[in-house]
Design a binder for this molecule. Sequence first.
Ligand SMILES: [Zn+2]
Length: 64
Amino acid sequence: MNIRATVGLFAAQCPHCKSIDFRMVDARNAMERALHWLLQPYRCGLCGHHFFLCRWQSPVGGTA
Ligand SMILES: [Zn+2]
C-alpha cells in the first residue's frame, strides 16, 4: 500500500476520483467482516472504486 492509498483510507471521499458520491456496501469476504467493527466498506457511485472508511469517520450513520 502506498502513501496515497493510506491517506485515501482516512478521507471521507473516494480515494480514486475524490467524489463524495459513494454508498455503504456489505462486507464481501471474511476479512472485511472481521474488520467490520472498525472499517466500513463503501463503493463509489461515480467510478465504482471500492474503499473503506473508519466507522467513526463515516459521513452517514444509522442506515444499517
Ligand atoms: Zn470514485
